[in-house]
Design a binder for this molecule. Structure first.
Ligand code: M6R
Length: 608
């Protein structure tokens, strides 16, 4: 995934592009570049490394000065991160930036070589598009763009400038997200809203196959056939602060602290007279009552939220739920029936594998429900029904608040399905919903209570080569997320394991001093989990136990006990998540890692 931006207006274009790119660095950060019209000529500056490296380079070598241009922050797919592979890429008269992937770039490259258009400098698929555009360009930019769009295959969003069309930026969307911001006398292009929120909250969402032309502080749109379009101007409900660190050292810790509010904003509008009401999302008890099987499909953290969903829906609603990794589900020819429900969970709403599941389900008769954070994203638009989570922008690559709100939606859904299926009555449902309403407060209390302990305990983890997360039932579902969080930002290997399964092989890994983090919030399973904690302790493990305030656990088996505030056992995952996030966060900080932008990762994976 990459981030693209563009600007046409009275401000210093380079400053605007750099500022906007800082808000998109979460999308990719191995190189950056800009192209700006300076005195009618396109000036390019680009560099391998972070945006700060590009800024440093421009400070030394001079920055392009002008009022219209495009910019890019890259997460390499074709060609290693290097100066030459950095965007923008150019043909003779065309310069462009690209987010996405061009599947048939090799054939096009071959075609261009055969037609004596052989000046390829980089290893990227993007340069092939620039050259193809140049090949077809005979003075009408829209005609050339449309021709190219008919020939290239893949997912892409492009920002384009033509050397003989000064002060004008062209933007194109096919799959990869793209918006056009409208300010007073100025216009912006960006892959995501946070990039422009400092300048304007008003934006147009480009749809598949649409082309935008930005000129003289205004924008015009046309479709793939060249027909002019009128588009609806939307207003972002985020303010600038939500895309800033707000005094916190990292986005991740800011986002951890935002969780109580995020959960409140997600659940409160969906509760009416003490009962869940998802009708504004197109979900009624009538639609849920005849559901046979549920499939929850997602990637990474979102899939882990689905795991919690499975336990809760099966327990309360007695409906069979299968949770699958999207990249597996899409190729395993799953048995989906007419009355089944396929739930796709995604923070970004743009994850390629999750998106592919929607096409797979079409035609099976099953209904699709998206649980998505980013409004207007592809998955949200393509599903039959959508529940938006209201976490606000999540910038840190490691997902925290998005996971938390996904959990809250899983609970609301479980309650609603249980009611629809007649497995609980309204009174029971009111009790459960009331307990869910208390969760934001309990999460807040948990953060305050455990933050110092987690900071301290993390100092014991930084030297570990490997560690284990164990738990049973909901605690097992949760330990999967704890383990992923830790490994993605601390770079310490970790594995999550069903506690009862340890003795079937994995316990042989335990040796003196190996940290084992046990989640033990499920009182009905506590005794069993404690036995497993003792087993690893007896083999030399350093045990860290996350449990509620009252859990009776033999202290001798535990090196560090993190006690969290108590709530109904079924809802405990939302509270127990907090120490796991904080342990991961402080371990990463203590190791001196780049917490918000861990190596090799991008915020959302829009390519397969
Ligand atoms: O945008 P999505 O929720 O579809 O993204 C899915 C995963 O890529 C994502 O949750 C990833 O695992 C996170 N970096 C984990 O913190």
């Amino acid at each position: 995934m990459c981030g693209i931006v563009g600007y046409v207006g009275p401000r210093d274009c380079t400053d605007v592009l750099v500022e906007a790119l800082t808000k998109l660095e979460y999308r990719g950060y191995d190189s950056a570049g800009i192209a700006v019209f300076e005195n009618g000529k396109i000036e390019v500056a680009k560099s391998k490394g972070r945006l700060s490296d590009l800024v440093g380079k421009m400070e030394k070598e001079g920055k392009p000065k002008g009022h219209a241009g495009i910019g890019h922050t890259r997460w390499a797919t074709h060609g290693e991160p290097s100066d030459v592979n950095s965007h923008p890429h150019s043909g003779r008269r065309v310069t462009l930036v690209h987010n996405g992937i061009i599947e048939n770039y090799k054939e096009i490259k071959q075609f261009l070589i055969e037609n004596e258009h052989t000046e390829f400098l980089s290893d990227t698929d993007t340069e092939v598009v620039a050259q193809l555009l140049d090949f077809y360009y005979t003075g009408n930019p829209i005609r050339a763009i449309r021709r190219v769009m008919h020939e290239i295959r893949g997912s892409y969003a492009l920002g384009i400038v033509f050397a003989d069309r000064p002060e004008t930026v062209y933007a194109v969307r096919c799959e990869s997200p793209l918006i056009v911001g409208q300010g007073k006398g100025e216009v912006f292009v960006a892959s995501d809203v946070p990039a422009i929120i400092k300048y304007t909250k008003d934006y147009y969402l480009l749809e598949y196959g649409e082309i935008a032309v930005l000129k003289n502080g205004a924008v015009n749109f046309c479709d793939l056939h060249g027909r002019m379009l009128e588009k609806e101007l939307k207003t972002a409900d985020w303010d600038e602060d939500s895309a800033e660190k707000g005094g916190y050292p990292h986005f991740m810790i800011k986002e951890i602290h935002e969780q109580p509010t995020a959960v409140k904003t997600t659940i409160m509008p969906r509760i009416e007279n003490g009962l869940p009401n998802l009708s504004e999302c197109g979900i009624t008890r009538e639609t849920l009552k005849d559901i046979n099987n549920i499939f929850i499909v997602a990637c990474g953290t979102a899939m882990h939220a689905g795991m919690v969903g499975k336990y809760v829906i099966e327990k309360l609603a007695r409906v069979s739920v299968t949770v699958d990794i999207a990249s597996e589900f899409r190729y395993r020819d799953p048995l989906i029936g007419e009355n089944d429900l396929v739930i796709i969970i995604s923070q970004s709403g743009e994850t390629a594998d999750s998106k592919a599941v929607l096409s797979l389900v079409k035609g099976t008769g099953a209904k699709t429900l998206a649980v998505v954070n980013v409004k207007g994203s592809s998955i949200a638009r393509e599903a039959d029904m959508v529940i938006y989570t209201h976490a606000g922008p999540e910038i840190a690559v490691a997902s925290t608040k998005a996971y938390m709100v996904q959990l809250s939606v899983m609970y609301l859904l479980a309650f609603e399905i249980s009611l629809a299926k007649g497995k609980i009555d309204e009174e029971k449902c009111r009790q459960l919903t009331a307990q869910l309403e208390q969760v934001p407060e309990v999460i807040d209390a948990a953060i305050n209570k455990v933050v110092d302990e987690c900071q301290y305990i993390s100092t014991k983890l930084i030297t570990a080569d490997s560690l284990l997360y164990i738990g049973r039932g909901l605690d097992y579902a949760l330990s999967m997320e704890g383990s992923l969080k830790l490994k993605e930002i601390s770079y310490i290997h970790s594995e999550s394991y069903a506690a009862g399964e340890l003795k079937h092989g994995t316990i042989s890994l335990v040796e003196e001093g190996m940290p084992v983090i046990a989640v033990a919030t499920q009182n009905t399973l506590l005794e069993k989990t404690v036995s497993n904690i003792k087993e690893v302790k007896a083999r030399g493990a350093m045990t860290i136990v996350i449990c509620d305030e009252k859990a009776e656990i033999d202290e001798e088996a535990v090196d560090y006990m993190i006690r969290i505030p108590q709530i109904n056992e079924t809802l405990m995952p939302m509270v127990a998540t907090v120490p796991m996030q904080l342990l991961a966060y402080y371990t990463s900080v203590n190791k001196g890692n780049d917490v918000d932008k861990p190596r090799n990762l991008a915020k959302s994976v829009t390519v397969e």
